[in-house]
Ligand binder design. Structure first.
Ligand code: FES
Ligand SMILES: [Fe+2]
Length: 399
């Protein structure tokens, strides 16, 4: 296989592709819980166009969007007890995708017995709806501490990015970009705006370690001791492409990258905020849009997440990796690509990839993850506290 072929393997996620098969060993979020209320929601995951809905008794349905009769979208359908009914001619599908009613046909018609649509398992955890598009039986949905830890309140923003998932995930296997994109470039922007500059830091070294749920990324800043948490502990890139990172205000942020198809990715910027003592737990997990363009159509280039989105998108829809010139500082990216290809080889040998959770004992009460608890520089990656926009979204969701 040529280098170019290998990259094609890593970026294509549709059904039947090697990476598509790998991705189907993991649960992926398809919506925030608050987005799934009275109406069906169109979602796209791993190249499959689907409809997500909540039945009156609270069950979740996730089925192919297209009605197999004459193609109307079930996103316009009528939700019923344990089923969804197409708006066009009333065909009804249960949560397993089986057609159970074709009301325009004669009662003795056997047509419905021959018809079914793909239907998938969906479940909620941490204010997200997660889907399993893989083979059954489904693996356990990992109960990572950042999702279920009782010490946290959660909120999230969502970005829909018109580019391939891999270049987004590779960003985190590239610690050096923090020094340039998030420090040097920020200061370039701040200087032009007459704002005070950030202190610069320099990487002394970086390293990466494989563990069951992903790859630990560690960095040592010049002048720090090897006892610094960023070197001793670091933070993980979880399979298949979720970053977990701590911010100076104590917020733990999971950046969950979900491939919608080969050229589009949804990022859930999922925040776990330590709840102040004596404060009641928040009942819902609010959600807001995380934009990458300002009203003037320019990239939002002043904060960490906006800067990352700027460079990921301008790399192209799918990075042409045959044109790259990699250096020593790209060793994390190289490792990540190699390890992903090894996971695909495992599947081809009939084994499961790393990080698939099948043992309930491992998943109970939660799976702890190594992550540094302290970083001493503030790159404005997450709001200091949930502000007005969350309240606005919560109000909207409750309407
Ligand atoms: S197109 Fe759905 S019932 Fe006819
Ligand atoms: Fe970044």
């Amino acid at each position: 296989m040529t280098e170019t072929d290998r990259y094609a393997v890593l970026t294509r996620v549709g059904p039947g592709t090697p990476m598509g098969k790998y991705m189907r060993y993991f649960w992926h979020p398809v919506a925030a819980s608050v987005e799934v209320r009275d109406d069906p929601v169109r979602v796209k995951l791993l190249g499959e166009e689907l409809v997500l809905f909540r039945t009156p008794d609270g069950k979740l349905g996730l089925v192919q969007e297209r009605c197999p009769h004459r193609g109307a979208s079930l996103s316009c359908g009528m939700i019923e007890e344990g089923a969804i009914r197409c708006a066009y001619h009333g065909w009804k599908f249960d949560l397993d995708g089986k057609c159970v009613d074709t009301p325009a046909e004669r009662p003795e018609s056997k047509l419905k017995d021959r018809v079914a649509i793909p239907a998938y398992e969906a479940m909620e955890l941490g204010g997200l709806v997660w889907a399993w598009l893989g083979k059954k039986p489904a693996a356990l949905l990992p109960r990572f501490e950042y999702l279920v830890g009782e010490q946290y309140d959660h909120d999230m923003t969502i970005s829909t990015m018109p580019c391939n998932w891999l270049q987004i995930a590779e960003n985190n296997m590239d610690p050096h970009h923090v020094e340039y994109l998030h420090m040097m470039y920020t200061n370039y922007v701040f200087k032009r705006q007459g704002k005070p500059l950030l202190p610069m830091k320099h990487h002394a070294k970086v390293d990466f370690d494989l563990f069951e749920h992903g790859i630990m990324k560690r960095r040592l800043w010049e002048g720090d001791s090897e006892e610094s948490e960023e070197w001793r502990v670091g933070h993980p890139q979880l399979w298949p492409g979720t970053l977990l990172v701590t911010y100076p205000n104590g917020v733990l942020q999971a950046q969950i990258r979900v491939p919608r198809d080969d050229g589009n990715t949804t990022i859930y910027w999922y925040n776990a905020r330590p709840r102040p003592a004596g404060q009641a737990p928040r009942k819902e997990v609010p959600v807001a849009e995380n934009p990458f363009l300002g009203p003037d159509g320019k990239f939002l280039n002043e904060n960490l997440n906006g800067q990352d989105m700027m460079v990921m998108l301008t790399q192209g829809v799918i990075v042409d990796r045959s044109l790259e010139n990699l250096g020593e500082s790209d060793k994390g990216v190289v490792m990540y690509r190699r390890v992903l290809l090894e996971q695909i080889e495992r599947i081809e040998r009939g084994e499961e990839p790393m990080g698939v959770v099948r043992d309930p004992a491992e998943n109970t009460p939660f799976i702890p993850l190594p992550v540094e608890t302290h970083v001493d520089y503030d790159l404005q990656g997450v709001d200091a506290a949930p502000g007005e926009r969350w309240d606005r979204m919560a109000t909207k969701a409750a309407e």
